[in-house]
Design a protein around this ligand. Structure first.
Ligand code: TYD
Ligand code: MG
Length: 491
């Protein structure tokens, strides 16, 4: 019955949009035919008038009266398209790890005026914290490179989840409460938000989060696919027509009870995702789409009592400067994250266990890889681990799944077992094969450069048959052939 009714409605003005992938279906189904997610299709009625002219809705908000018709000037030869001269001044935050991910050239990184970015991540990961820090930074004076004049952007921070007072409290923690150009608004109604935008005339608007924003003239409930899409597309149009940069914050929920930000990815210019583990301090910000920059950059932060602090040196810097003591069971490696190399510390601990039920636990590392490496150590390096519990982790909660960290993991386990350690300024890079042999890894030179920059002096790497090992200033490369060879050096 339910099925039948829906089909009839679909023939009228209804469509079904998948909450996960955004695919549009004409009829309801239990499972999305495109992405295969169960129970993700949501009924959504579409506005026939907006179909004829999708920009009408935004024009209706009154932001660009009379301008709607001017937006399209018809087809033009590409050579005749007028391009504004000079460089677009980007809105930098001075938070280098964020600006770099946003893109741009040296001295001109950050948000492009009139662009829309989407910041996604699990609840509690730090989206609001970072965006409020960024809002505070945008709203404080910065030197305009070209003219040497001070430049302050007006920022409107719209919170649909917290009250103005709560934002103020957070701002005090973050040290950004002292600003006359940072405006806060606690509202969820799109029309009222646009009204306030007209009053405040901001350069940047942060909407935290887009999922709670609704348009009153739509039947759909706030948080539904239709509301989300409609509100987001109106904001995108508004950004393009007014030159205001808009940041949309969206939660990614595992349960999918709210429409996912993935629906919005195609609408916006840049998509940033927050990664990390809530129980660890490290937070990674990565661009997965960027019309104004590369998607290869990675920003590394640490959650502190005063918000997110930058970790420009990657994660191992803290443990590196921890002193030069030798720590058995702790070996550094260099892992690639996109184009960026991050040095990580891999730790292992072995403890007395029972044969047949010895524990093998890993946090931030691949459990299958761990099992394989334990087997290789037993078979090819003579370690007896059958009655030892083995615990391993990557320090700081940064996930390391790259095979290039195998050698460091093997050395950490062997080090913990024999109570031996490498000098703290030595790192190990290499993939381990089932025969105990070390395999070369990609981008070795880049890894060594990053390691040298952080102050490592020696690197254990796999031998290469043909060609030379990369030479990087400041770091001595020690080539080893197999796991036994590496463990001999450890002893
Ligand atoms: P939040 O930015 O609210 O996460 P999101 O907007 O992604 O849901 O904050 C996440 C967590 O960070 C929260 O549990 C509290 C913590 N936190 C700090 O540790 N230090 C701080 O200065 C702030 C503001 C938050
Ligand atoms: Mg939040």
């Amino acid at each position: 019955m339910r099925e039948g009714k829906r089909i009839v409605m679909a023939k009228a003005k209804t469509q079904f949009v998948c909450r996960e992938c955004g695919a549009v279906q004409t009829r309801w189904a239990g499972k999305c035919p495109d992405c295969g997610t169960w129970d993700a299709l949501e009924e959504s009625s579409f506005d026939a008038s907006s179909l004829k002219d999708p920009q009408r809705g935004s024009a209706g908000t009154g932001w660009v009266e009379g301008k709607a018709g001017e937006v399209s000037m018809g087809a033009v030869a590409i050579s005749e398209v007028v391009r504004s001269t000079g460089v677009t001044k980007r809105l930098g935050t001075g938070i280098d790890e964020l600006d770099r991910v946003l893109g741009g050239e040296d001295g001109n990184r950050g948000l492009v005026p009139g662009s829309v970015i989407l910041v996604g991540g699990e609840p509690g990961i730090g989206k609001s914290t970072l965006m409020l820090q960024a809002a505070g930074a945008w709203a404080s004076p910065v030197k305009f490179n070209a003219t040497k004049k001070d430049w302050t952007s007006t920022v409107l921070y719209v919170s649909s989840e917290e009250s103005a007072e709560q934002i103020r409290l957070r701002a005090e923690r973050l040290g950004v409460e002292d600003s006359d150009s940072l405006f806060v608004l606690a509202d969820t109604n799109l029309a009222r938000i646009v009204e306030q935008m007209r009053k405040v005339k901001p350069d940047v608007v942060v909407i935290d989060s887009i999922q709670m924003i609704y348009k009153a003239d739509m039947d759909a409930a706030p948080g539904s696919v239709s509301q989300l899409r409609r509100c987001a597309s109106e904001l995108v149009y508004l950004a393009k027509s007014s030159g205001i940069a808009i940041v949309l914050v969206g939660h990614v929920t595992k349960e999918g009870s709210l429409a996912g930000p993935r629906l919005l990815e195609h609408l916006v210019d840049t998509v940033l995702y927050f990664e990390g583990d809530r129980s660890h301090a490290a937070r990674l910000v990565r661009a997965i789409k960027n019309r104004f920059g590369t998607t290869l950059e990675l920003g590394i932060f640490e959650m502190t009592g005063k918000g997110l602090a930058e970790l420009p040196g990657g994660l191992s810097i803290a443990s590196l400067t921890n002193g030069d003591e030798h720590r058995p069971g702790s070996v550094a490696s260099a892992a690639m994250h996109g184009s960026r190399c991050v040095c990580v510390e891999i730790q292992a601990l072995t403890a007395t266990g029972f044969v047949g039920s010895a524990k093998r636990k890993s946090s931030g590392l691949d459990a299958n890889r761990l099992a394989m490496i334990i087997a290789v150590l037993e078979q090819h390096a003579g370690l007896r681990l059958a009655d030892r519990d083995v615990f391993t982790s990557s320090v700081g909660g940064l996930k390391v799944t790259e095979p290039a960290s195998d050698l460091a993991l093997a050395l950490a386990i062997a080090g913990a077992h024999y109570k031996r350690s490498l000098p703290p300024t030595t790192l190990a890079i290499g993939e381990i094969g089932l025969g105990g042999e070390l395999r070369p890894v990609a981008q070795l030179e880049q890894r060594l450069r990053e390691a040298a920059r952080l102050g490592f002096t020696h690197a254990m790497v796999p031998t290469v048959r043909r060609g030379e090992l990369p030479r990087v200033k400041g770091i001595k490369v020690v080539a080893v052939k197999n796991v036994q060879g590496a463990i001999e050096r450890l002893m």
